[in-house]
Design a protein around this ligand. Structure first.
Ligand SMILES: Cc1cc2nc3c(=O)[nH]c(=O)nc-3n(C[C@H](O)[C@H](O)[C@H](O)COP(=O)(O)O)c2cc1C
Length: 197
């Protein structure tokens, strides 16, 4: 299971919830990894309109870590704070740089088909952390499009609202427990299916 933290704030709300899910999976024996997007140098997509195949992009930078995770993980946990009702810029960079994960193939009958260049199918948990916002439509729209290209099935959506109220989301015991259980349940399912997460 690979967790991706798209908030620049280590140890804060998004990080805490991604970590809880990973801890749940780990408690069931799963191998877990956490990636902080803010630590990676990722160049924005340059819209070069050329196929980088066999690579996923002409640029060799922090995205290599993400491409590798997409090729190997069974479960991706993507956590982002709500920025302008949507997602953080760190995550948007990753999404734009996924543009070449799908290729257009011309079929003998002249029709066109889009194919995944990453064959590995993954399950996806999307964690969205907001303060006052309730409407996830913008974030979910974007995540759904990205998951499709990255060959991730959107399996679970975990929303944390009112994140900055009271003592903050990282002290919400019930929600944290739910996140832990979520991670554990994904590890259980994967274990039954193929023994790894
Ligand atoms: C640039 C920016 C934009 C934000 N936009 C929203 C928003 O549209 N809706 C909302 O509820 N909170 C918004 N917030 C608040 C964050 O979503 C909130 O503080 C969240 O808990 C941050 O997560 P973190 O602790 O993991 O960094 C925004 C914060 C920043 C810095």
């Amino acid at each position: 299971m690979v967790g991706v933290v798209a908030s620049p704030r280590k140890g804060m709300n998004t990080d805490t919830f991604v970590t809880k899910v990973l801890e749940g999976a780990q408690s069931m024996g799963a191998t877990v990894e956490k990636i902080y997007l803010n630590d990676l140098e990722i160049k924005p997509c340059q819209a070069c309109s050329k196929s980088p195949a066999p690579a996923f992009c002409f640029y060799n930078d922090g995205m290599e870590k993400i491409y590798k995770a997409l090729e190997t993980a069974d479960v991706m946990v993507i956590g982002t704070p709500a920025y302008y009702y949507s997602i953080s810029a760190q995550l948007k960079l990753v999404i734009d740089r996924s543009n070449c994960l799908v290729e257009m193939v011309k079929l003998p009958d002249g029709k066109v088909e889009f194919r995944h260049r990453i064959a590995k199918k993954k399950k996806g948990i999307f964690i969205w952390v907001s303060d006052f916002s309730r409407n996830m439509d913008l974030a979910l729209g974007m995540i759904s499009l990205w998951f499709k290209d990255a060959n991730i099935e959107l399996t679970e959506v975990f929303a944390v609202t009112d994140a900055d109220r009271g003592e903050g989301a990282k002290n919400r015991v019930e929600l944290l427990h739910k996140a832990f259980e979520l991670g554990a349940s994904f590890a259980r399912v994967s274990e039954n299916q193929n023994g790894s997460v």
